[in-house]
Ligand binder design. Structure first.
Ligand SMILES: Cc1cc2nc3c(=O)[nH]c(=O)nc-3n(C[C@H](O)[C@H](O)[C@H](O)COP(=O)(O)OP(=O)(O)OC[C@H]3O[C@@H](n4cnc5c(N)ncnc54)[C@H](O)[C@@H]3O)c2cc1C
Length: 452
């Protein structure tokens, strides 16, 4: 009997395997497809490679504005894809090497939970004192919206070998706006359809507003607040109709309405694991109701992010090893949307903070006063939310490259710092990071490059 049997080798599963083996536990890691899962092969990494190619296209297009002769002559998708696949391939090789270098029994095949302490793969039974479920997620669609031909999810969109002339994106969340950003930079006529009242609806309202302004300026069309009704496709394109009867037409339709847990027919219910709409219910120690069975990653309700999966995987390994790790504060997990402009946030939105803490103070520092942002030609802001006479409970940022500022923001949130704690810390000039420092100076009542 092994110490830990892990079902699924994505962000959550492999992180758990690596940490468990580091702690001297005997580990079995079962993966039916490619080690690394969604994030490495169909998620974070390929999308960010495309976003980088998109940024290079924008730089080429905009060179003249800073006196550099350059022109944008188009996109060669074959080359873009080989660049993207090169990045994935190198990371994949590295990860395989890492797992091989540890004392981990790696099993290829589709596993099924057959008992509270056993997973079966290709007729072979692997028993563990502990089982970790980490089977991840899949791109959801809507009833009647079949993923075929011109109607695709991110899985298909990531391997397209051409740039469409026009695209409709159903869903204005993270994945939807990232693809909108890439395709617009590639020259596509893009329309985003979001049923909720605003783009990036999970973000602070001020951020959504700024995002909508920026997208309008970039020529990205969007419709918000009206739900999708139906879609049809023919040889020439896709038509979609919204509930108010409005019709949109484009070459392709990307369905980006969220991701469902990959948990059906895996034996979870039969073994008695408590579930809700397909998600596996786990407590704050990531334990399910079945003793010895844990769950990590996208199958556990909450933010579906790779770094959450990593942290949960590490947590469970340490829990099993008896280290009693500190439980993970979901609100303290950084969130980044890598579009142009980028969005980065941590903690509570203004609305949520008011609800939770009552009295709060908020401050918005405009990137217009930040030297490096002026150099880059980006606009946006940093919004801080502080509990009155208490710690900072939210940081919300929008603008080019602000994703890189989330590291400091997350320390501030997670260390429960106040504006007075942060204001004396020196930020290098001229960096965008400085904008965060300026925002804290202002919140502490001593603004430098900002009006009081
Ligand atoms: C387009 C896109 C962009 C994204 N961008 C980001 C980003 O920028 N940053 C970020 O943090 N997150 C991003 N994500 C989310 C991130 O990819 C996921 O949160 C993360 O991959 C979840 O990890 P996981 O281990 O729970 O699941 P997965 O990565 O899905 O891994 C689950 C693994 O389990 C395997 N498996 C499933 N069932 C079985 C079985 N029965 N037997 C054996 N193996 C099985 C699967 O093959 C898979 O490899 C993105 C996702 C998408 C789709």
């Amino acid at each position: 009997m092994h110490d830990v049997v892990i079902l699924g080798g994505g962000s959550g599963g492999y992180a758990c395997a690596l940490r468990a083996s580091q702690l001297g536990l005997s580990v079995v890691l079962i993966e039916q497809d490619k080690l690394g899962g969604t994030c490495l092969h169909r998620g974070c990494i390929p999308t960010k490679a495309l976003l980088h190619a998109a940024e290079v296209a924008d730089v080429a297009r905009e060179g003249e504005s800073v006196g550099v002769h350059s022109t944008f002559n188009g996109i060669d998708m074959t080359k873009v894809n080989s660049y993207k696949d090169g990045v994935i391939g190198r990371l994949y090789k590295g990860l395989q090497g890492l797992v091989k270098s540890r004392d981990i029994t790696y099993v290829e095949g589709t596993g099924r939970l057959v008992a509270a302490n056993a997973v079966e793969v290709n007729g072979q039974r692997y028993e563990g004192k502990n089982i970790v479920l980490a089977t991840g997620s899949y791109a959801r669609s809507l009833p009647g919206l079949e993923i075929t031909g011109r109607i695709m999810t991110s899985d298909e969109a990531l391997v397209m070998d051409y740039v469409p002339e026009s695209a409709i994106i159903l869903g204005g969340g993270v994945i939807g706006v990232e693809f909108a950003s890439v395709w617009r930079s590639f020259g596509v006529d893009v329309t985003v359809i979001e049923g909720l009242p605003r783009l990036v609806p999970a973000e602070d309202e001020a951020v959504s507003k700024a995002m909508e302004r920026a997208y309008r300026k970039r020529g990205i069309n969007f419709s918000t607040g009206i739900k999708f009704q139906s879609a049809t496709q023919d040889n020439n394109g896709v038509s979609i109709i919204l509930e108010d009867g409005k019709e949109f037409r484009a070459d392709v339709l990307l369905v980006a309405i969220g991701r469902g847990p990959r948990t059906s027919n895996l034996g979870y219910e039969e073994v008695g694991v408590a579930m809700d709409r397909g998600f596996v219910l786990a407590n704050e120690r990531l334990a399910t109701n079945v003793p010895g069975v844990y769950a990590v990653g996208d199958i556990v309700p909450g933010l579906q992010l790779a770094h959450r999966g990593f942290q949960q995987g590490i947590f469970v390994a340490e829990e099993i090893a008896g280290l009693s790790p500190q439980s993970i504060d979901e609100t303290g997990i950084p969130r980044v949307t890598y579009s142009e402009p980028e969005i980065a946030s941590i903690g509570y939105t203004e609305t949520a903070a008011k609800e939770k803490f009552g009295d709060i103070v908020s401050y918005e520092y405009n990137l217009g006063g930040n030297g490096k942002s002026q150099i880059l030609g980006t606009t946006g802001f940093i919004k801080l939310i502080q509990q009155k006479d208490g710690p900072v409970v939210g940081v919300h940022m929008i603008g080019a490259r602000v994703g890189e500022l989330i590291g400091e923001a997350q320390l501030i949130y997670n260390w429960e710092a106040t504006a007075d704690d942060v204001a004396p810390l020196v930020h290098a000039h001229p960096t965008q990071n400085e904008a965060l420092g300026e925002a804290f100076l202002a919140l502490a009542g001593k603004p430098l490059h900002a009006h009081a």
